[in-house]
Design a protein around this ligand. Structure first.
Ligand code: ADP
Length: 644
């Protein structure tokens, strides 16, 4: 060997990275010391053997080798090498073709890098991040419990006829508590998402009601600034399947920023249909404003948690810098992405995409759980009813007691789980409110024992807990609880939930034989006597929420104005679609108490299912058409204008 080649050889042997050359036939032609060390095989044995034999995944190694021939090289190709002792080393390869002086390909030159340590460090970082997220989630949970006392007691003080200056201070305490709670909720959400603990719901919902609700949540601030908010849903189907609460949250983060950062002009909430496939749609949601806008170099990082455009913005507008990060994560959970474009001084357009299922039918929108008059309703309809409250924390017990006494309920108290079981079995309560963490027996155990008693199978048991995870919720339901009230207790929501269960579980809701005669000013009274409309049934199926019922009737008129015409058009070309139209009309009508239309639509649906010839369809179709148009005409005449 010449001096030059000796020198080159010593360089190769000095390399800490395993180096190898492989012939065009896949046999090893040369190796360095590092290769001997990492495989535990001597150089003489390595040379001439099949290179792929030393990897845990020989096929993947061969695929990489082939790629070098097709592309000329590979970089950072991950593989794992096996030492004769069985020890595995994670490596990444850079490899390329090498040639002789005449340019003929001699084979592949490959250099490996041991990444075992790097991988360990990455895993440790991931674990640490997860631990941090779990810590944050637990901490947020701990903070929510005392918030319960602050918000609940403030609510009670406001009812005790305070002086005007006290009213003002209480309003400030309430606003501060709500603000703090929203920050805690944001932190809880982001940490739940990062700890992979956020699970999305999947149910039917109306897109319009989600957008409407977002608009209503920011409308007061917008009105104060003179901003108009418009909604455009383009061709996105009206009914979708997915998690309406999270969709609303993602949109609300954009919409409240838009209002916050806009002084004049308006805001547009938009939904666009990008793609449909297999009963799902890919929708793009946009919120466009005519506000202060964002500098291009800032735009790239405002979606990171805790990032804000600049500190002066923060001082002026407040906020935590979590809203956009949450929206992006939620969009990703919904199979989409999020981003924004903006012109400083002109305005911004924030968007996200989401893959959602195609939904069906009319359901009461869950977003509207709180009903302002639930409190009065309980007082009027259920005063004196006996309920059991199981809660060990003295302050929380006082808050809950006050809230329950405030609506005239007769409350017994249990200070721990065992006492709750004893009292529940001895007394005949109409409803039980159950804290989750209690001494002796926790809420889940106590519920299971109560349910084990045949006479206590149906008494509604409502969990009260600061545990906001979906898994906790499921555990409550699995233990036999009926519903779930989050802590801090939001009084209107508590009353709405109580009312729902005191009025009987939704499936067995009592239908009043005749709707109670409402006062003349009540828009419901205007619906009395419409042929084929049973207001009692309709109200029961929306949890007796009159405003929802009126609104849904308005929706019904709008959606089904020409359902029969549509069905006739579908019949010759797409009979399956026609059947679906009949089915959806039947479902909506039945839910809302439009019994006659529901019955006739069911007849048409059955006829279509049984493949009746067109001439035999005509009679039921005409009956349905007549009944539907009469009902719609009546509803149009009698519904208050705002209900549509
Ligand atoms: P927060 O609003 O709580 O600070 P976000 O994550 O919602 O947190 O927003 C991060 C930052 O992005 C805001 O502080 C603001 O600087 C900027 N930003 C968000 N939306 C808009 C908008 N519509 N117009 C101008 N700036 C915006």
């Amino acid at each position: 060997m010449t001096d030059d080649s000796n020198y080159a050889r010593s360089l190769i042997e000095a390399s800490l990275d395993p180096l190898v050359t492989i012939s065009a036939e896949g046999k090893i032609t040369d190796v360095n010391l590092a290769t001997e060390r990492i495989t535990g095989v001597a150089r003489e044995q390595l040379i001439g053997s099949d290179f792929a034999d030393y990897f845990t995944e020989p096929d993947k190694a061969r695929a990489g080798y082939k790629q070098v021939f097709s592309d000329g090289f590979v970089t950072d190709y991950p593989l794992a090498l096996r030492h004769v002792s069985g020890r595995i080393t994670d490596v990444i390869y850079n490899a390329s073709l090498y040639r002789d002086a005449a340019g003929r390909v001699l084979g592949v030159f490959a250099a490996a890098r041991d990444i075992t340590e790097r991988k360990k460090a990455e895993e440790a970082a991931r674990a640490a991040n997860r631990a941090k997220s779990e810590f944050l989630a637990n901490m947020s949970h701990e903070i929510r419990t005392p918030m319960n006392a602050i918000i609940g007691l403030t609510h009670l003080l406001r009812r005790d006829a305070p002086r005007p200056d006290q009213v003002e201070r209480l309003a400030k305490i309430d606003a501060a508590a709500m603000h703090l709670l929203s920050i805690i909720n944001d932190i809880l959400d982001i940490s739940k998402i990062e700890a992979s603990k956020l699970e999305l719901e999947c149910r039917n919902f109306s897109l319009e009601s989600v957008l409407d609700h977002v608009r209503s949540l920011v409308s007061e601030q917008a009105r104060a600034k003179g901003l108009a908010i418009s909604i455009d849903t383009d061709s996105v189907p009206g009914w979708l399947r997915g998690d309406p609460v999270r969709l609303q949250q993602a949109l609300l983060n954009y919409a409240s920023n838009a209002v916050k950062f806009t002084e004049r002009g308006g805001i547009e909430l938009r939904a666009r249909l990008l793609d449909t496939a297999d009963d799902t749609v890919l929708a793009r949601f946009e919120v466009e404003d005519s506000g202060i806008g964002i500098e291009p170099d800032t735009l790239s990082h405002i979606f990171n948690p805790f990032e804000q455009a600049d500190s002066s913005t923060t001082r002026r507008y407040g906020g935590t810098g979590l809203g956009l990060a949450i929206t992006r994560r939620l969009a990703e959970l919904m199979g989409g992405a999020a981003g924004a474009s903006s012109t400083p001084g002109r305005g911004s357009r924030f968007w996200f995409t989401a893959r959602l299922g195609c939904g069906r039918g009319i359901e009461p929108p869950a977003a509207e759980a709180a009903r302002p008059t639930a409190e009065d309703d309980i007082r009027g309809r259920h005063a004196g009813v006996r309920v059991l409250l199981a809660e060990d924390n003295a302050v929380n017990r006082e808050v809950a007691l006050e809230l329950l006494h405030g609506v005239g309920l007769d409350v017994d108290v249990a200070g721990d789980g065992q006492e709750a079981v004893d009292k529940a079995l001895a007394g005949d309560y109409r409803l039980i409110l159950m804290d989750m963490q209690m001494p002796r027996l926790d809420g889940l155990e106590a519920t299971a024992l109560i349910r084990a008693h045949p006479a206590r199978r149906t008494v509604p048991i409502l969990a009260m807990t600061a545990n906001a995870f979906e898994a906790d919720r499921r555990a409550c339901l699995a233990a036999g609880m009926n519903d779930f009230i989050g802590k801090p207790v939001d009084p209107p929501l508590l009353y709405a939930t109580l009312l729902k269960w005191l009025s009987g579980p939704p499936s067995t809701a009592q239908r009043p034989a005749e709707p109670a005669a409402p006062p003349a000013a009540d828009p419901l009274s205007r619906l009395a006597g419409i042929p084929g409309l049973d207001v009692g049934i309709g109200l029961a199926s929306v949890g007796r929420r009159e405003a929802s019922y009126l609104r849904l009737l308005g929706k019904f008129v709008e959606l089904h104005a020409d359902s029969v015409g549509e069905l006739r058009a579908q019949l010759p070309v797409a009979p399956e679609d026609a059947r679906r139209t009949a089915h959806s009309l039947k479902g909506s009508a039945a839910t809302l108490g439009a019994v006659e239309v529901g019955r006739l639509a069911a007849e048409v649906e059955n006829a279509l299912k049984n493949g009746l010839p067109p001439e035999q369809l005509e009679a039921p179709l005409q009956a349905l058409e007549a009944s539907l148009s009469a009902l719609n005409a009546e509803l149009r005449r009698r519904l208050p204008a705002a209900a549509g």
